[in-house]
Design a protein around this ligand. Structure first.
Ligand SMILES: [Zn+2]
Length: 352
């Protein structure tokens, strides 16, 4: 734990209230589409609303982008939503800025992932929680301790389980259910709206789950192995019959040692893995070098908490992120992801 605290560093400047105002004015088109499902090409509302106590909407604060995206799909246009972890930031080492304290102090509900992922934000939230506000930790309500996974970058001796539950779509659906129940309890007037949004979003997550499962059958069985830089597929793998054979990133988010690199090269050769996977957020020359020496393809664009596209683009969503990941991953391992890429990445909430 001490080790992790020491290694927490800010990788990107946090969004301040002042810059949020700028973004709202300059980038966020007010979209209140009337159709049930926004068509591709229609901007999403994103998660950079300016929080207000004067408009009758719940102020909802979230941490990482997948949770923000899920919360938007349930709360739709009837909540004000602000995600504190900026795009492209290392969420594992993210420390909220002092200005985030003001955002957290305005929240009615703060949804965190928990499982120690967003501990600094949770602590700042607790210190600034206003009367009647609540912090809801999604991970702890989604899996029991018996279901926690400890592995390469999240070893048991450090005490913090792998926190990436959301790469498993049924767990993402559980997050959506908890968010819907929480919003409805605090805002009963809109409970029917949240329930409808949950139904639509659950259908989209079920379709994603089915499409991933069917696409995985096109990947040769011997290729259903993941060696990644960032260790974010621990709960995805058992769901779809993959084995995570390794993660390169050490538990303190430093770089692997020469001995570890040599071991990984041997492992890739022995397992005949056709491709290894880097991440958008964590560029890794080391993994590129490992892949080259082991004769595997290097795919450097998997994402675990940074949706593709610009903020407010239709694919800048949790669904869009998973669709893009499957396209990259399954294709590189010799499969066909057409069933997944045929899905819409767009938000599913009703516009008003
Ligand atoms: Zn991660």
């Amino acid at each position: 734990m001490v080790d992790r605290v020491l290694h927490r560093r800010r990788f990107a400047g946090a969004i301040t209230l002042a810059s949020v105002g700028f973004m709202l004015a300059s980038q966020v088109a007010p979209v209140f589409a009337r159709q049930a499902t926004p068509a591709i090409g229609v901007a999403t509302l994103g998660w950079t609303d300016e929080l207000s106590d004067d408009n009758g909407k719940l102020n909802v604060v979230t941490t990482v982008a997948p949770i923000s995206s899920i919360a938007r799909n349930i709360g739709g246009a009837r909540i004000d939503l602000y995600g504190v972890v900026p795009d492209g930031t290392n969420s594992h080492t993210f420390e909220p800025a002092p200005s985030d304290a003001r955002v957290l102090a305005q929240a009615d509900i703060i949804f965190v992932n928990g499982l120690d992922l967003d501990l600094p934000t949770m602590e700042l939230a607790e210190a600034n929680l206003r009367d009647g506000a609540e912090i809801v930790s999604l991970g702890e309500q989604t899996v029991s301790e018996a279901e926690w996974v400890f592995d390469f970058s999240f070893p048991e001796e450090d005490g913090s389980p792998n926190p990436h539950l959301w790469t498993n779509p049924p767990y993402a659906k559980r997050y959506a259910e908890i968010i819907a129940a929480t919003l409805s309890a605090r805002d009963p007037d809109n409970a029917a709206y949240y329930a409808e949004n949950l139904t639509r979003y659950s259908d989209a997550l079920d379709a994603l789950d089915v499409a991933i499962a069917s696409s995985v059958t096109t990947v040769p069985a011997e290729n259903r192995k993941l060696l990644t830089y960032h260790d974010s597929w621990a709960y995805f793998a058992p769901r779809y019959g993959f084995v995570v054979i390794g993660a390169v990133q050490p538990s303190d988010f430093s770089e692997p040692s020469p001995q570890e690199v040599a071991g990984l090269i041997d492992q890739i050769e022995a397992e005949r893995v056709p491709a290894v996977f880097g991440s958008e957020v964590f560029a890794s020359d080391v993994l590129e070098q490992i892949a080259a020496e082991a004769g595997a393809d290097y795919i450097d664009q998997l994402r675990d908490d940074a949706p593709p596209g610009e903020p407010n683009a239709p694919e800048h969503t949790y669904l869009g992120m998973m669709i893009r990941n499957m396209d990259l991953m399954l294709s590189a391992l010799g499969g066909n992801a057409d069933a997944v890429t045929a899905l819409s990445p767009a938000d599913t909430y009703e516009g008003s």
